[in-house]
Design a protein around this ligand. Structure first.
Ligand code: ATP
Length: 479
């Protein structure tokens, strides 16, 4: 039958997509290295960062695992109302939202005192009557998950034993993280139950789900709504599509999400969240969220204004290492991050630095996400003083207390051109953390000198030469 064949195709798509997205999570043949970090046994293959597929889902999970509180931002929220003539409400306290007492209790029990920047505008919109649709974009850690969980919990009726809120996540692991927030915030609803529609969660055919909130990945949710009929989509009141940017990066998820959305009643509230908002996300968002209100919160701009930048001229990798040791010998570096172009160089450098007696942490692409989160956590706590990493691993991770950044290799894109954006992100600071910083670039060829010059021109900021054989000169840079 036609329906069976597409359901089968969906199955296959999701299985393929999930095996891709869990690539970094699988325990491959691993062995602990000198620092106790786990690295794959066969690490001899030279892989450039560009060959390492950027795994957005893994990155997103990593961010969630290492985040302990809200990312504060001074940028203004941009609001586009569906009906521009209606007054725009924003709230400065949770009390103003007139939440059910048990929900307010849950919010306070989580330690939230006041709404975050995006929540100030998003919450009144999401809780309005009649329900309104919303597309919201803000960087990771600004309170999106907490906002839509609150919206679901305020609409759910625990007395009704069937699914009323449906939340789509790109992966099983991300679904679990959101599930934890629902459980925490919904802690004071004794009858509230949560079901995970994820691969491997098998139910008997013909069964109906009694849980009021279902969270899952698109393929399985689609099966549960259509082929298996565990969920009656017509009874869904709130539909959340989380991490839309990650979602559309996975093949098949976009179509599946749209198919699910088509089964929902017209008056179902549709909410979509994304950390970024490139064209493809925007197009997708418009397909799944009719008549939306739109909220955008710009990322804090990074600048090089408070950073002293230097370069060191070397002939090869060993000389770069010696220069690094000289720098360490001359100035006191509380904590440094060192970026390498390949995993292999990163592994080699970490081992050499350990041999020299440094406490080194290595962040490498083949580590499982949880292990990477643990390494970052230890580094943040100051247990290690040097973090050696490739760019792919460190993308999007802020370690605010790092004052020295060393580009052991300069950032280049896949065509070998300077990657200015990555340079800025590695070294730059946002206004808020405007502490002075020090950046040292290692140059080991004509080609890398050319890259450095182009970076210099791009930012119109001078990068001074540093002679690492002259200890007095090195000492001066730290003043
Ligand atoms: N109003 C608030 N007050 C204090 N802490 C909050 C508030 N809202 C959320 N948080 C906390 O801030 C952190 C980030 O929030 P949240 O996970 O909702 O952000 P997000 O934008 O969904 O980011 P991500 O997509 O990475 O999860 C979490 O630890 C959360 O518990």
């Amino acid at each position: 039958m036609a329906t069976d064949s597409w359901a089968l195709a969906v199955d296959e798509q999701e299985a393929a997509a999930e095996s891709l997205s869990t690539l970094h999570l699988k325990d491959e043949k691993t062995k602990p290295d000198a620092n106790g970090a786990v690295v794959k046994a066969d690490d001899n293959v030279e892989k450039t960062e560009d060959e390492e597929k950027e795994d957005r889902a893994a990155q997103s999970l990593l961010n969630k695992l290492i985040r302990s509180n809200l990312v504060d931002t001074t940028n203004q929220v941009e609001v586009l109302q569906r009906d521009p003539t209606s007054p725009l409400y924003s709230v400065k306290s949770f009390e103003e939202l007139r939440l059910k007492p048990q929900l307010l209790q849950g919010v306070y029990a989580m330690g939230f005192n006041r709404p975050s920047k995006i929540q100030e505008n998003a919450l009144p919109m999401m809780l309005a009557e009649p329900p309104q649709n919303l597309i919201a974009q803000s960087q990771s850690g600004t309170g999106k998950t907490a906002a839509f969980v609150l919206a679901m919990l305020s609409r759910v009726e625990p007395g009704n034993k069937y699914p009323q809120c449906l939340c789509l996540s790109p992966t099983y692991e991300l679904a679990l993280q959101t599930g934890k927030v629902i459980e925490q915030m919904g802690n004071f609803y004794p009858d509230l139950k949560l079901a995970y529609a994820v691969r491997g969660n098998k139910l008997e055919r013909g069964q109906k789900i009694s849980e009021q909130i279902v969270i899952g990945t698109p393929g399985t949710v689609l099966d549960w709504c259509s082929k298996l009929k565990f969920i009656d989509p017509k009874k869904i009141k709130v539909f959340v599509l989380d991490e839309a940017d990650v979602m559309i990066a996975t093949q098949g998820h976009q179509d599946q999400s749209i198919r699910i959305q088509r089964m929902l009643p017209r008056d179902c509230q549709m909410l979509l969240f994304s950390a970024t908002f490139e064209d493809s996300v925007w197009k997708f968002a418009q397909k799944v969220v009719p008549d939306p209100n739109i909220i955008k919160l710009k990322r804090e701009e990074e600048t090089l204004d408070t950073i002293k930048q230097y370069y060191v001229l070397c002939n090869n990798r060993d000389e770069k290492f010696r220069a690094l040791c000289n720098i360490y010998g001359a100035i006191t570096i509380a904590q440094a991050m060192i970026f390498c172009h390949t995993r292999k160089t990163a592994g080699w450098l970490a081992a050499e630095l350990s041999r020299e007696g440094h406490q080194v942490a290595l962040l490498s692409g083949e580590m499982m996400v949880e292990q990477r989160a643990a390494v970052i956590e230890r580094f943040r706590e100051g247990k290690e003083k040097v973090l050696v990493t490739t760019n792919v691993c460190a993308r999007g991770i802020d370690v605010e207390q790092v004052s020295v950044v060393i580009n052991f290799d300069l950032p280049v894109d896949k065509d070998g051109n300077p990657d200015n954006e990555t340079y800025l992100h590695r070294i730059g600071r946002t206004g808020r953390f405007g502490k002075r910083g020090l950046a040292i670039n290692m140059v080991d060829s004509k080609h890398s000198m050319n890259i450095l010059n182009r970076i210099q021109e791009h930012f119109n900021k001078k990068i001074n030469k540093l002679d690492t054989d002259d200890l007095d000169e090195i000492e001066k840079i730290n003043n």
